[in-house]
Design a protein around this ligand. Sequence first.
Ligand code: 2P0
Length: 336
Amino acid sequence: MTDASAAVATAHPNIALVKYWGKRDEELVLPLADSLSMTLDVFPTTTCVTRCPGAPADAVTMDGRPAAEEVSQRVVRFLDLVRQRSACGDRAVVDTRNTVPVGAGLASSAGGFAALAVAAAAAYGLDLDRSDLSRLARRGSGSAARSVFGGFALWHAPGPHAPDPDAASFAEPLSRVRIDAALVVVLLDTGPKSVSSREAMRRTVATSPLFPAWLASTRLDLRRMRAALEAGDLAAVGEIAERNALGMHSTLESADPPIRYRTGQSDQVLEQVRALRSAGVGCWATMDAGPNVKVLCAGGQAVPVAERLAGATGFPAVIARPGPAAALCPRTGAGR
Ligand code: 2P0
């Protein structure tokens, strides 16, 4: 144990270019396939964890208010994992500040659980390296495993015969990426989604007749995406990302009952992206568990692409570039 009883950490959301959709183990949050993402430099989450010796229960606040019961229970379960690993059973106060709309398919849980993992590990004196932090963040929310790292990250699914699947599933940064990319986030709707991604994933795996094909195609996409990133081929990166996202949405739309995150407004943005491409502007769309559309383009094209999309659709467009790894805020002075 260190003597730090409080720690503050910040993390950013990430957007997958090859999506994670489907678990092989709900409890351990183990994916069925690898995924690959870009951590953003916008919408950070900052979380403070303070151990409270003698307190009877954890207390969780979000943006200054008591967190919803479901969120609070998820945070308490996560803290239980941290307590199991440390010599300390103290309850804690967790205060989270978001700058991203929560539950809107803008990856708030990725930044949120990455920040919580880093802050809680420091407050409870766990000596974890980055891979361990990624494994820990994964237990809160799968995509959080990737937000532990900045830039581009690949999250490994455990192999079918891995002797210790938990140990085998963590993210790592991709160091040989040779593209200069930005993601323009078109904010269509910042309200919470109707079906949580956790439930939507479960239903898709259990009922979608397209799921086996999705799994095979996303594994292939991952290999091609990695090669395209390392070759600096932005057009190939964009094409793979757009196809992968549309494939994921088709798969979940074929679940029983169907799950539909795409709206008419999403389709309008997709149409604008196609029109921009026809006019010679290299840009490609991706979408997550919500209607909002993120548009990949060259870093130098981000401002005109954002202006064109905002102008054509009337919705705000936020430019995101590759962002930093999750980190402790300096004033806590603990951990790594
Ligand atoms: C992703 N999404 O790769 C995919 C694509 C949404 C669409 O990861 O159940 O909050 O907590 O592991 O990570 C959103 O799901 O799900 C997600 P859990 P998570 O970014």
